[in-house]
Write a protein that binds this ligand. Structure first.
Ligand SMILES: Cc1ncc(COP(=O)(O)O)c(C=O)c1O
Length: 376
């Protein structure tokens, strides 16, 4: 059998990983500033994480949601404490798309409405509702097309106001920092305007925190910078440091009932152990503060390069906009300097490293980046 060939891959096979480094099958060491697409939050193969998962696997790896799973309650408690959303309710699932799917569905169950506001350049996943609110027609199949989604320009408060006045809006979904869209930070006033309009029209504010959440921005949720509380936050990526887990946290005014949401694998023992290990390390090693500090340092240094058109982001979610003539730099960083980075088309290098990235790692990247820019 052949693999269904949907992923263009780099010719690299990773066999070992530790902290912010990975090694290929020839023993070559790489610096990982990509984290497998913002997934590695506490660092690869962190000893506490490995131990907690291994210990759990020896006890019980999986049972469904038809029995008590105390680890889920422990996770909800710890997540509430670290995120500051102690009065919210947690529903666990398995991926970012599934988190957004459940959030949009729950909003619609809650207020009985159909229309959703999403924004240009958004990415929310590939399942039916998640892809319908994603601004990329290439990945929307005919069966996913719907009139229920209204796409608005990013940061256009007047358009937002009109959309609320003219439609019966169920929910607004927004990334606090657009990831795939090129690392674009939502302004405080725009997030506050969404909050005000959702309050006025009793719509649900959904904060897609799949990529920008879980401490990556230097606050637990990047939306926190704007001093607003969303009604639902969606999470995945960094939540399990590579173990597939997603979730939504739901404000207290949205009520649960048996059967409203559900999933076979969501919240299983092993996934909860992974997520708990992640939060324990985030807390013990002050990784959110580290992301803020090392990220601010990186951004400050990157802004000094005259070739760089713009540096955007917060914490360790950084976009470096380059002129088209330097579009090849990402590849050179990988193959010449052995540094993994991400990209947003056409010319944005995306840095999405572990939240435990050190200043020394940052300097290693800056030296390679400098060399590469000097060569061009
Ligand atoms: C902001 C955002 N939302 C949702 C998703 C979808 O997550 P998943 O790939 O886990 O389904 C992604 C993935 O890149 C994302 O960046």
């Amino acid at each position: 059998m052949q693999l269904f060939d949907v992923y263009p891959v780099n010719d690299i096979t990773i066999e070992k990983a530790l902290g912010s480094n990975v090694w290929d099958d020839k023993g070559t060491k790489y610096l990982d500033l990509y984290g497998g697409h913002a997934v590695i939050s506490i660092g690869h193969t962190h000893p506490h994480y490995v131990k907690r998962l291994t210990d759990q696997l020896h006890k019980v790896g999986f049972y469904s949601n038809s029995i008590h799973i105390p680890l889920q309650k422990q996770l909800a408690e710890k997540l509430g404490k670290i995120s500051g959303k102690e009065d919210y309710q947690l529903f666990l699932c398995n991926s970012g798309a599934e988190a957004n799917e459940n959030a949009l569905k729950l909003a619609s169950f809650h207020n009985g409405r159909k229309k959703v506001i999403a924004f240009r350049k958004s990415f929310h996943g590939r399942t039916s509702l998640a892809v319908a609110v994603t601004d990329n027609p290439k990945i929307v199949a005919p069966v996913n097309e719907t009139d229920n989604v209204i796409f608005l320009p990013w940061e256009d408060e007047a358009a937002l106001q009109i959309a609320f006045e003219e439609n019966d809006i169920s929910s607004v979904i927004i990334e606090g920092i657009q990831g795939v869209g090129g690392i674009r930070v939502a302004s405080f006033s725009f997030l506050q305007k969404i909050r005000v309009l959702c309050n006025k029209y009793e719509a649900v504010f959904i904060a897609d925190s799949v990529q920008c959440g879980y401490g990556r921005s230097g606050r637990f949720f990047s939306h926190d910078y704007a001093d607003v509380n969303a009604d639902i936050y969606t999470m995945a990526k960094g939540m399990g440091n590579g173990f597939p887990i997603g979730g939504i946290i739901i404000a207290p005014h949205i009520q649960a009932s048996y059967g409203l949401l559900g999933t076979t694998f969501g919240g299983n023992h092993l996934a909860c152990a992974a997520a708990l290990a992640v939060l324990e390390v985030i807390e013990k090693d002050n990784l959110i503060e580290n992301a803020a500090e090392v990220g601010a340092y990186l951004m400050e240094e990157l802004k000094k390069f005259p070739q760089v058109l713009e540096v955007r982001g917060r914490g360790l979610m950084i976009g470096i906009e380059l002129p088209e003539s330097l579009a090849h730099v990402k590849k050179e960083l990988l193959f010449k300097h052995k540094i993994f980075t991400g990209e947003a088309k056409p010319n944005v290098i995306r840095l999405l490293p572990s939240l435990a990235l050190t200043r020394e790692h940052a300097d290693e990247f800056l030296a390679a980046f400098k060399k590469e820019l000097e060569n061009n």
